[in-house]
Design a protein around this ligand. Structure first.
Ligand SMILES: Cc1cc2nc3c(=O)[nH]c(=O)nc-3n(C[C@H](O)[C@H](O)[C@H](O)COP(=O)(O)O)c2cc1C
Length: 208
């Protein structure tokens, strides 16, 4: 499918049909989330993939509109970091060193500049910055799913404390930013027949 066709077919599903996405397709979609660009490459987020029926059931009351959660195949929860400390940065550089087979000393300048950049930021700034990166992951996942013919609904409409309690998130260190339900649209979901509402080009784009 052409990517514009896939994106035009995509809509935010209100009700899925309970069918389960094949493992390989899910794996490919998750890989696209992994491949998302992130500022300084730090990936200041973590991604929980809810696949067990038991956990989906537990999470239903945490959503204002539960119909997607009770009918989806998988629910992805993107969690942003509030804290980027020395040990996190250290771990990142050890990883670069391993993957690219470069001695750690050679990365020292880069490490120092990242450290300086991060140290200057307040914890609120770190968190705002981390959340922006999380939305890039969301966009990649939605785009890949559309290409794979998998339907989605991005959702911010959840009870923050409840979802974090259920998923055992430490709210001092991280926060659930956004979730993405995946599956196959139900024939009963009339939203699939609605025309897309988007700003006309002259209001959205400015060519200079
Ligand atoms: C970050 C984000 C959060 C959203 N949260 C919800 C939500 O909680 N519940 C819901 O039904 N739709 C949610 N939506 C879907 C939007 O309402 C939808 O994308 C928008 O109305 C455009 O419609 P379309 O996606 O069907 O083209 C969200 C979308 C985004 C990007």
């Amino acid at each position: 499918m052409n990517y514009l066709e896939a994106l035009s077919r995509r809509y935010s599903v209100k009700k899925f049909n309970n069918e389960i996405i094949p493992q390989e397709t899910l794996h490919n979609i998750l890989e696209s989330g992994k491949l998302a660009a992130s500022s300084l490459g730090l990936q200041p987020y973590k991604i929980i993939v809810v696949e067990s029926e038991e956990m989906k059931q537990k999470l239903i009351p945490a959503f204002y509109n539960p119909s997607q959660i009770s009918t989806c195949s998988h629910l992805i929860v993107i969690i942003s970091k509030r804290i980027i400390d020395d040990s996190y940065i250290h771990g990142y550089f050890n990883h670069i060193s391993e993957v690219r087979d470069v001695p750690l000393e050679k990365l020292d300048l880069f490490k120092k500049s990242i450290n300086q950049h991060i140290v200057q930021k307040t914890s609120d700034e770190i968190f705002n910055w981390a959340e922006k990166q999380s939305y890039i992951v969301l966009a990649n996942l939605m785009y890949a799913a559309a290409i794979e013919n998998i339907d989605t609904c991005p959702m911010e409409g959840f009870r923050q404390e409840m979802i974090e309690d259920i998923l055992e998130i430490n709210p001092e260190r991280e926060k659930v930013t956004v979730t993405l339900a995946l599956g196959y649209r139900s024939e009963e979901d009339h939203f699939q027949h609605m025309k897309k509402v988007r700003k006309p080009n002259e209001k959205l784009f400015k060519f200079i």
